[in-house]
Design a binder for this molecule. Sequence first.
Ligand SMILES: Nc1ncnc2c1ncn2[C@@H]1O[C@H](COP(=O)(O)OP(=O)(O)OP(=O)(O)O)[C@@H](O)[C@H]1O
Length: 271
Amino acid sequence: MSESKHGERRRAEESSTAGTEILRTEELTKTFGGIVALRNVDLSVERGELHAVIGPNGAGKTTLFNTITGTLPPSSGRVWFDGEDVTDLSQEERPHRGLARSFQSNQLFNDLTVLENVRIVVQTMRSGTFALNVLGDGRSKYREEASDYLERIGLDGQHNTKTKNLSHGDQRRLGIAVALATEPSVLLLDEPTSGMGSTETRETADMIDELRQELGLTILLIEHDMDIVLAMSDRITVLNQGEILATGAPDVIRENEEVQNAYLGGMREEL
Ligand SMILES: Nc1ncnc2c1ncn2[C@@H]1O[C@H](COP(=O)(O)OP(=O)(O)OP(=O)(O)O)[C@@H](O)[C@H]1O
């Protein structure tokens, strides 16, 4: 399986600095009118770790992702990525720095094939800007690279399928492949297994684990399935009402009384 030079270099740098902080939020706050969705959130993500963000509905998980990726500006506070303050960078610029999130289905070209969706992003990233002629200019080197990403996420049999005809689960996987095509150092995954049955959930979790190991990725994950979170994570941050309640290894989080109290009912039992 081929890899771009850019990707090889980035990953070589990462393996030599594993364990150091790559992403940090500093007193990150986001309000919507009177609602405080995030309050002074200090999150620290280490290079190479799989760091899960959990919390009850409305805890602020998606808002945290949106402010880290630049989808929403924070009301106050900073976002640091790889030693640089990226708070004021646009969401289009952040993937060029190595910070990406999986694409949602409404961000994919639904009338184009699976391969073309990935190829367009490969080509756009390698050439610097998105140009309309990218749509019709599928040079083979870009198609080959796109094909590698599809193989990694198990969609290699679907190159010529129109995206709108993919199953829900395969669209989510394609969203991950498109994000991988930006060659991220840090990949944010917002509920990658939502809407999947138990077998597909397990397969997706295994695939994420493999990607992480093979590509040396750092992953920040929002996931409601507690079995997956406890099995996969190096560390877990628990958000509750916009604030960090605890951060720690799965065993520590499982035993934390405050965390258990925040998860009323079924979630409490799952923990
Ligand atoms: N665009 C918005 N406008 C107004 N309020 C918002 C907006 N986005 C989020 N909120 C509010 O901010 C709070 C945090 O929401 P957020 O979606 O970040 O939580 P979450 O932990 O991702 O929840 P869930 O698990 O249900 O997806 C909630 O009270 C939500 O209603």
